[in-house]
Design a protein around this ligand. Structure first.
Ligand code: ASP
Ligand code: MG
Length: 422
């Protein structure tokens, strides 16, 4: 289909000025005759605020204040964009706020279910506002409830896409695009086959855009970000970052796997399967080139890529009975890790001990130690940093270590990983 998918994240729509800027980008493409499916996240930090509004997440009086601030935040943006107080948008927003107010006060007793019912309002609000604003700017569009399109397995808070049921909705989605209008829809949210609202996991809007790109077999997908493209390191940790011009799909998947936060890890695979290029462009400087993830053989330019993960814990797990670290022990350790819900960033074993590097989370680590202690001795170090370098050289490794103590090191042909003191 001759349609392209755009994804705008929370930072690109976090104020009235930001929405105006976003609309001007969309309008330029619209005026050039392009048709778009525009996937939008919740505005600014709305999802964080909504997490606090899940029943029992906070005291009622605190929640009252958070709710009020959230309403004010959206209204203040909307007043800028729609100066006429009798604009229809105000009626629609009032209805959404009333529904949210009801949802946040109705506890089912099941946290993950309640979470999805409340948190999904961030995207419902943002897309309602943006669809109306684009229409006002002359970008004819259809607001689509993505919960009618993307079907999941119903697992609240981290739903998996049910691809075959989702693909059955392809025609419905295409219907909305008939006649040349663009579509505005929500990232991150979806629904079970019974129609219960679910979410795809934090930062899941990139993935939504990829699912829709796959469904429609679009020519390209673009993620509009506050960075110039795919950088070779997070500028927070690195002074002289270089923008990647061309990034092979497999390299982007490796990057996301090792923790690069540019794109959601699940985003690339659906695009790769249909050979759809992914553009990463700056909404601050929309004319600039950006980066392309696509069917390339090598990265261009060929430079090392760095991924830094702070606040890590390095844990060593040793069998109490002096057995070796063998299949039975590993099986037991992995089953405890998955029961507790801890994901492992790096692992290594020797004859007598198994080491893992994981994100620091007090509650999960206490649970993990408690479960492991029946059969294992556990030791751990906090305040570690995990550095991953793809396409490393010895000089790079030396400069990262630079006098710091290395607790663990692993190298393959392409990738070096070091656990060092933070
Ligand atoms: N609004 C959701 C979040 O903040 C999804 C997204 O932004 O991609 O996690
Ligand atoms: Mg976001």
């Amino acid at each position: 289909m001759d349609v392209e998918v755009f994804k705008f994240g929370g930072a690109s729509v976090n104020s009235a000025q930001a929405v105006q800027n976003m609309a001007s980008i969309v309008k330029r493409y619209h005026d050039a005759g392009r048709q778009m499916v525009i996937v939008v996240s919740a505005m600014g930090k709305t999802t964080n605020a909504l997490e606090q509004l899940v029943p029992n997440a906070k005291q009622e009086d605190e929640q009252e204040i958070i709710f009020k601030n959230l309403v004010d935040y959206h209204l203040q943006i909307v007043r800028h964009l729609f100066p006429n107080p009798s604009d229809e948008i105000y009626v629609r927003l009032r209805a959404l706020f009333a529904d949210l107010e009801e949802s946040r006060k109705r506890s089912s007793g099941e946290y993950n279910y309640d979470y999805d019912q409340v948190v999904s309002y961030g995207e419902l609000l943002s897309t309602t506002i943006i669809s109306a604003y684009l229409e006002q700017c002359g970008v004819g569009n259809q607001w689509v409830d993505v919960r009618k399109i993307i079907v999941t397995d119903g697992a609240n808070r981290c739903a998996q896409v049910d691809w075959s049921r989702t693909m059955e909705n392809r025609e419905a989605l295409e219907q909305f695009l008939k006649g040349g209008r663009s579509v505005v829809t929500q990232g991150f949210i979806a629904a079970s086959k019974e129609g219960v609202t679910t979410t795809l996991g934090r930062e899941g809007s990139d993935y939504t855009a990829a699912v829709l790109s796959y469904m429609l077999e679009v020519k390209r997908m673009t993620i509009w970000k506050d960075v110039p493209g795919f950088l070779n390191a997070d500028p927070k940790y690195f002074p002289d970052t270089v923008k990647i011009e061309e990034m092979p799909y497999h390299e982007a998947i490796e990057q996301a796997y090792y923790g690069a936060s540019v794109i959601h890890p699940k985003t690339i695979k659906p695009l790769q399967n249909k050979q759809i290029p992914l553009y990463i462009k700056s909404f601050i400087n929309p004319e600039a080139e950006g980066s392309v993830v696509g069917p390339y053989e090598v990265i261009k330019p060929q430079i090392p890529l760095y991924i830094f993960k702070e606040n890590q814990v390095l844990m060593s797990i040793m069998p109490k009975d002096f057995s070796f670290i063998a299949e039975e022990n590993l099986q037991r350790i992995f089953s405890i890790l998955s029961q507790v819900g801890v994901s492992v960033n790096l692992m290594q074993n020797s004859a007598l001990s198994f080491s893992i590097c994981i994100d620091y989370n007090k509650i999960l680590i206490d649970q993990l130690i408690e479960r492991l202690s029946a059969d294992f001795k556990v030791r751990y170090n906090r305040e570690m940093e995990l550095v991953t370098v793809r396409h490393y050289t010895q000089e790079i490794i030396d400069s990262i270590v630079a006098g710091r103590k290395v607790f663990l090191e692993q190298r393959s042909r392409d990738t070096a990983q070091l656990v060092v003191e933070d």
